[in-house]
Design a protein around this ligand. Structure first.
Ligand code: NZQ
Ligand code: ZN
Length: 386
């Protein structure tokens, strides 16, 4: 096991009607920025309940909606201006990963004199940030208790991230019922993203990591059991609850403690959703199996373990390589079963910009750790994903 430092300060408030607690959580702040996406929270009545809770607690707010999936920097800049005009002290993100990431980026920008894109290009280190609180409406990105934000700058279509402990939200409110209104495709995208967050940690060369191996396997098996159930029945509270909590645990740092994590597939996928504006989870369902087929020989035994323990492939299935490939095949079939694409073609992504994506993904050097991927490696993975 590697040495590690683990902290996750986000308070989780989970369950029925949890969103009605938001007013009391925000009471210490004089002015809040209420931040949300394209309107799903208004359609499902969540907006009205949040407003009621804020009013009852005597919390004042200004608001900024319109966050798009794969959130963009221009809206972050608008949020920063609003915060300074209204002396905002806290940002409340109501929505999914895109809204939360936009809120985190605004939180950074509101405490910085310069252009906050500097943080995304490693030209400046965050010194302070406004606190962020979350009401989550989709199980997916894990941003509700992660230390990261991912934003796309429209010029150059650069999708980049910042990680810093100041970006852990102060609290995250998780009510599985708030996910009932999600279209099946979005639930499936979320499941694919959650599975990828687990596997980015699972595929490691770190030794003696049995506890986190088994936590990762349990989290993946929970997705495999409850994912199809959650999609088949939008009001299955138990299934939604299992997926929602798995999504948070998958990305709150616990599963990676003591391990060297990979993240190559995410770096490649960010170039896809940066240019083509596809859902991040759908991009991962395409990239991850291709990455696996490209790297499994780096540690065949780990892939055999994945096949046997996660997918129930029998040791009698054949020699190691056959078992390893069967595990990858079953992952792909699972993605297909929940309605995810597994090729770039199914995502309607043409071949003409693969070179550009490979170059952008590796501009600052190789990506990933299980195998350090050069530009040529990324190109080979994208070709395998065609
Ligand atoms: O905008 P609205 O109208 O709310 O609609 C959203 C959006 O269209 C809709 N939606 C969300 N909750 C809903 C709902 N529709 C009906 N009912 C509900 N309850 O779903 C669509 C997708 O929302 P989005 O927030 O984009 O999804 P997700 O949570 O998957 O976030 C994706 C973003 O997170 C980033 C991704 O790159 C992507 O930009 N990530 C952030 C991470 C982090 N900060 O730690 C890690 C991840 O790996 C990921 O990169
Ligand atoms: Zn992700």
């Amino acid at each position: 096991m590697e040495n590690f430092y683990f902290v996750n300060p986000t308070k989780i408030i989970f369950g029925h009607d949890a969103e009605m607690r938001v007013g009391s959580e925000l009471k210490p702040y004089k002015k809040v920025l209420l931040h949300y996406g394209g309107g799903s929270i208004k359609k499902q009545g969540l907006y009205d309940r949040v407003v009621k809770s804020l009013q009852e607690a005597g919390v004042e707010w200004v608001e900024l909606g319109g966050v798009k999936p794969n959130p963009v920097f221009s809206l972050v800049e608008e949020g920063v201006r609003l915060c300074s005009q209204h002396n905002v002290e806290m940002i409340l993100a109501v929505g999914g990963g895109s809204v939360i990431d936009s809120a985190k980026a605004i939180a950074l920008g509101a405490c910085y004199e310069g252009n906050s894109w500097d943080f995304f290009e490693n030209k400046a280190k965050p010194q302070s940030a406004l606190p962020v609180g979350v009401i989550l409406t989709i199980a997916a990105a894990g941003s509700e208790s992660s230390d990261s934000t991912v934003i796309t700058k429209e010029e150059g279509l650069l999708k980049r991230f910042v990680s810093h402990s100041m970006l852990f939200p102060k609290f995250a409110i998780l009510n599985p019922e708030l996910t009932y209104t999600l279209p099946s495709y979005q639930i499936a995208c979320g499941i694919a993203d959650i599975s990828a967050h687990i596997m980015e940690r699972y595929f490691t060369h770190s030794k003696s990591v049995d506890i986190s191996d088994r936590l990762c396997e349990a989290a993946l098996k929970t997705l495999i059991t409850y994912g199809p159930r959650a999609i088949a029945n939008p009001t299955d509270y138990e299934a939604r609850a299992e997926i929602l909590w798995t999504g948070t645990i998958a990305h709150n740092g616990l599963l990676g403690a003591g391990r060297i994590e990979d993240w190559g597939s995410h770096m490649v996928e960010h170039e896809i959703s940066g240019i083509y504006d596809v859902a991040h989870g759908a991009g991962l369902a395409v990239v991850f199996p291709a990455w696996m087929k490209y790297v499994y020989q780096e540690d065949m035994q780990r892939f055999v373990q994945f096949a046997v323990r996660v997918w129930g492939v029998d040791y009698a299935f054949g020699e190691s390589e056959r078992i390893a490939l069967e595990g990858i095949e079953r992952l792909e079939r699972f993605y297909q079963q929940i309605g995810m694409p597994v090729s770039l073609q199914e995502l309607n992504i043409p071949e003409d910009r693969l070179d550009e994506m490979a170059e952008k993904a590796t501009r600052n050097g190789p990506v990933g750790n299980f195998k350090k991927l050069s530009q040529a490696d990324v190109m080979n993975i994208l070709k395998l994903a065609k």
